[in-house]
Design a protein around this ligand. Sequence first.
Ligand code: MG
Length: 358
Amino acid sequence: MPSEFNFLSCPTSVLLSFEFNMKLTYQPFELLLKHTFTIAKFSRTSTPVMLIKAEHEGQTGYGEASMVPYMGESFESAAAFLSKVDADRFKYPFDFEDIIAYLDSIAPGNPAIKAGIDIALHDLDGKLRQKPCWQILKSDPAKMPLTSFTIGIDTPEVIIQKVKENPDCKIIKVKLGRDSDKELIKTIRSVTDLPLFVDANQGWTDLQQSLDLTYWLHEQGVLLIEQPMLKTDPDGNAWLTERSPIPIIGDESVQRLPDVEKANGVYNGINIKLMKSAGMYEAHQMILKAKELGLKLMIGCMSETSCATLAAAALAPQCDWADLDGPFLTSNNPYKMPEFKDGKWILNNDNGLGIGLR
Ligand code: MG
């Protein structure tokens, strides 16, 4: 009965206790999607999420691992990973470079569960230092970009319905990557003039057809295209990037810090997601690296609660575009909805992530 499940009133499993006297606990949670979500290659109705709490001296940091099935993580893999974490490893649990290096030494991959730990520790760190995370990360709330509202592949009727459910976002993101791409855009254009982001999710194959489509999409008011071709095809993506009238953004091909350098010369920019980057620390490092290389930056999300969304929002002012619509697309968010105004998330002055408990 995931929709009736209230983790805040449930006992959580005690995971470990550091020398620092911190308790880290976790709780599996099935996050329900408002609509069956279809992208180029997959369809689903819910997302397994591990909710994490880090407690110290009466303060609680909240974290979240959103494990969308196509990324390969699950409750089982997360629990297996957590069982290998050595409680006595950390003297001081806020040296994030050291923490990520340690988590990587336990096992490669597993970026979402690593992110969950990293986010909980960032929230706790902010609360103990009595500062908002965005301030610690040197973000300027006034530079918060507009966030887009994502619409998956569906029938014209459902697409029109979804556009009408837009919670006042000023940009619509459309998932393409099938034969009916132009029809889908025309359907959206029949109900809204808002600027569009397009995400092909590796679904395009023919170079010339793709290039023709980028010109057509440009005329339709599309601002950028995410991951047009296979992540394993840098040459194809680079060919398109060189010729496209709108920016081409690497998403599936860019997961962690070393991928930023590889994206240079292949894409105009990269889409950073905390569930790929193993959390806030490395996402921030990726932002700094991308800026150094002159790459554009988008910050995105998976199906997530407000917790991971606020973690990404703390870094979003350092990016050009945001696609942080997780809480709008889910129906049983266990946290309060953060303030959203004029198409943007509002960073509050609360310590840590600024997460509100229901
Ligand atoms: Mg994408």
